[in-house]
Design a protein around this ligand. Structure first.
Ligand SMILES: Nc1ncnc2c1ncn2[C@@H]1O[C@H](COP(=O)(O)OP(=O)(O)OP(=O)(O)O)[C@@H](O)[C@H]1O
Ligand SMILES: [Mg+2]
Length: 241
C-alpha cells in the first residue's frame, strides 16, 4: 500500500518542516521515489519551496484555519486522489494548528485514504509546552495519530528539555529523540539558505557547505535522522519497486 505520511506537531518551531524535509531526502534522494509534497500552510511553505522541484508533484493547501477546515480537508483529499497513482508516497507538512483542523477530521481522512487503498503514517514532533503535549495526547488517543499503525512521536532534543522523552514515552512507548543539528553547520545553512534543509549534505549546493568537516557532520546528522524515522520510513527506503 502506498503511504501518505504526515509531519505533525502542535506549536510552531517544533521541527515539523525539518522532519518533513528529512523524509523528502530519504525518499527522493536516497530511494529515488516519486513523491508528492503538500505544505499545509502558505506562510510556512518551506518544504515545497525547497524540494518542490524534485518532487513528482507539490501543492500548498491551507490547513491552518479552523473555520475553513472542511473546505481544506476536501481540497487535500481531492489532491491526493489526483496524484496518488503517479507517485510512490505523499508527504504532508502540517501547520502548527493541525490539532484544530486535521485531528478532529481524522475519521474522514482515514476513510478517504482507505477508499483509495492508501496507508496513513505519522511522525509527530512533541513540545514541552503543556497545551502542545495535550494536543499530542489527543492525537494519539482519538486524532490522526490514533488512526494509523506506523506512527512515531519525537522528542526534539533542540528544545533542551531533558524530561520530554520520558514523559512522551508514557503516552507513546516507542517515542524517539530527534537529535540536535551541530550548531556551526546549522548557522552556515541559515546563512546560505532561507530555510534549513538537509539535502545540501548530499552535494547539490557545494557552495553552501564548503568545509569537509561541516559536510561530514551534516551528512552524519542526516543519516541518524533518517534512522530515527525508520519505524515510519523503513519499507520505503532503498531503490525502486
Ligand atoms: N534538529 C534540529 N536541531 C537544532 N535546531 C533545530 C532542529 N530542527 C529544527 N530546529 C530549529 O527549529 C526551528 C523550526 O524548525 P521547523 O521549521 O522544522 O519547525 P516547524 O514545526 O515546521 O515550525 P512551523 O510551525 O513554524 O512551521 C528551525 O529554524 C531551527 O531553528
Ligand atoms: Mg513548518
Amino acid at each position: 500500500m502506498k503511504p501518505v505520511i504526515f509531519s505533525h506537531g502542535e506549536k510552531g518551531g517544533v521541527g515539523k518542516s525539518t522532519v518533513a524535509a528529512l523524509m523528502c531526502d530519504a525518499l527522493i534522494f536516497r530511494g529515488e521515489k516519486r513523491i508528492a509534497i503538500v505544505d499545509g500552510d502558505g506562510t510556512t511553505d518551506d518544504v515545497t519551496r525547497r524540494y518542490g522541484a524534485h518532487a513528482a508533484s507539490s501543492a500548498i493547501i491551507g490547513l491552518a484555519d479552523p473555520s475553513e477546515k472542511e473546505r481544506a480537508i476536501n481540497k487535500l483529499v481531492d489532491y491526493i486522489e489526483q496524484v496518488h497513482l503517479d507517485v510512490d508516497a505523499i508527504v504532508v507538512n502540517l501547520p502548527a494548528t493541525a490539532s484544530e483542523t486535521v485531528d478532529p477530521e481524522a475519521e474522514i481522512i482515514r476513510h478517504a485514504l482507505e477508499d483509495l487503498d492508501l496507508e496513513l503514517r505519522i511522525v509527530y514532533s512533541a513540545s514541552n509546552n503543556t497545551v502542545a503535549f495535550e494536543a499530542l495526547k489527543q492525537s494519539f488517543e482519538n486524532g490522526l495519530a490514533q488512526a494509523c499503525e506506523k506512527r512515531l512521536a519525537l522528542a526534539p532534543a533542540f528544545l533542551r528539555d531533558d524530561g520530554l522523552l520520558e514523559r512522551l514515552k508514557k503516552v507513546v512507548p516507542d517515542a524517539a529523540e530527534f537529535e540536535r543539528l551541530p550548531a556551526d553547520t546549522y548557522a552556515l545553512i541559515q546563512q546560505h539558505a532561507t530555510i534549513p534543509m538537509y539535502h545540501l549534505a548530499l552535494g547539490n549546493h557545494p557552495d553552501a557547505l564548503k568545509s569537509p568537516i561541516q559536510r561530514i557532520r551534516i551528512s552524519g546528522w542526516t543519516q541518524r535522522g533518517i534512522k530515527t524515522l525508520a519505524p515510519v520510513l523503513e519499507d520505503l527506503m532503498g531503490g525502486g519497486e
